[in-house]
Design a protein around this ligand. Structure first.
Ligand SMILES: [Fe+2]
Length: 340
């Protein structure tokens, strides 16, 4: 009989103890995990930003974007991609693909002079709004990605890609997490249909069955499966996606939606759960502290730096003031080490 899996959270102290034990084994007795090592310029780099396209006060978005520009310059690294984790456009976009917000909040906010790379995007719940009624923002975003020479990259509501394209280090499955959670006030304006949900789930299972094309596997969707933020754990994604991540030993699940930075690990679970939803929208109070479930959760504006090497992935949450607020690495054999 198959052993039943239980999601047992690790608090930060437990996790550090376990992490040190693993690291000591991996590196030889007496070795300590490295503390907040500087980025490796010879690695491949990308940034994660979620929930950035706030509709009025752009203070948080500007601070986070400036922090990304300054961080890349200070460390002399050149990100080769951004992963935009959804809720790209809160509020109305009356001009569609020609709306001036594209220029102000995308093209100029993340300037090509600093970031001449693809911006892989997924849909958040606010991207599903028809706003105003004649503008379907999901269609607008897919259309913007078809414009010649644009950095905005989203070929479909869900899709896969290898990164980097040559000698890939991660294989990414980008999903549409906007399943209908039965909010009576939101209705179909915020969600995919039940049929789309079922079709995507079948597609996801089939994609995960394929042989791996890169050392690390990543799944990303706007809604977290597990979150210490106010949206909490997502019952439908736990039922439909989480068993597939576990079965196929997916290394990372990346999300936004809760406006904070998080890194959650669960005992015996092969997947690290990362939330980077602090790119500009108003911040939310956490519902569960990192002391209760972690190793990390903080209410702060910021983005996430992902550093890729063939043997390990390092992720650093960077606050808008430029501080590394959390860092961890994961090796090919799944050992997670807190790096700072
Ligand atoms: Fe959201």
């Amino acid at each position: 009989m198959e052993e039943e899996f239980t999601v047992e959270a690790l608090n930060r102290r437990q996790f550090l103890r376990q992490s040190f034990a693993f690291s000591a084994l991996a590196m030889g007795v007496g070795s300590l995990p490295a503390l907040a090592a500087a980025p490796n310029r010879n690695a491949t780099h990308l940034f994660l930003v979620g929930d950035w396209g706030w509709q009025d006060d752009l203070t948080g978005q500007k601070a986070t974007a400036q922090a990304a520009i300054q961080y890349a310059a200070a460390h002399q690294i050149k990100p080769e991609a951004f992963f935009m984790l959804g809720d790209s456009w809160y509020g109305p976009m009356p001009g569609g693909v020609d709306d001036p917000r594209w220029k102000v909040q995308f093209e100029e906010m993340y300037p090509r002079s600093d970031f001449d790379c693809p911006f892989y995007s997924i849909m958040g719940n606010h991207d599903y709004q028809k706003m105003p009624a004649n503008v379907v923002k999901t269609e607008m975003e897919l259309a913007y990605a078809k414009q010649p020479g644009t950095r905005w990259t989203q070929p479909a509501l869900y899709y896969t890609f290898d990164f980097p394209q040559k000698n890939p280090l991660i294989h990414v499955i980008a999903l549409d997490s906007n399943v209908n959670q039965g909010h009576p006030d939101k209705g179909a304006n915020f969600t995919m249909t039940a049929e789309q949900q079922a079709t995507q789930l079948k597609w996801l299972a089939a994609e995960l069955e394929k042989p791996r094309t890169a050392p690390f596997s990543v799944v990303m969707g706007h809604h977290p499966i597990f979150s210490n933020g106010p949206h909490g754990d997502h019952k439908i994604l736990i039922a439909e996606w989480e068993p597939l991540l576990r079965q196929h030993k997916v290394d990372f699940y990346l999300a936004g939606h809760d406006h904070d930075l998080q890194h959650l690990e669960f005992a015996g679970h092969p997947t690290s759960f990362v939330c980077s939803g602090a790119g500009g929208a108003d911040l939310y109070d956490l519902k569960i502290s990192e002391a209760q479930r972690g190793p990390f959760a903080e209410k702060v504006y910021g983005f996430t730096h992902v550093e890729l090497l063939p043997e390990k992935v390092t992720m650093r949450h960077i606050a808008a003031d430029g501080k590394v607020v959390h860092a961890f690495s994961k090796s090919r054999d799944g050992v997670v080490t807190i790096e700072g």
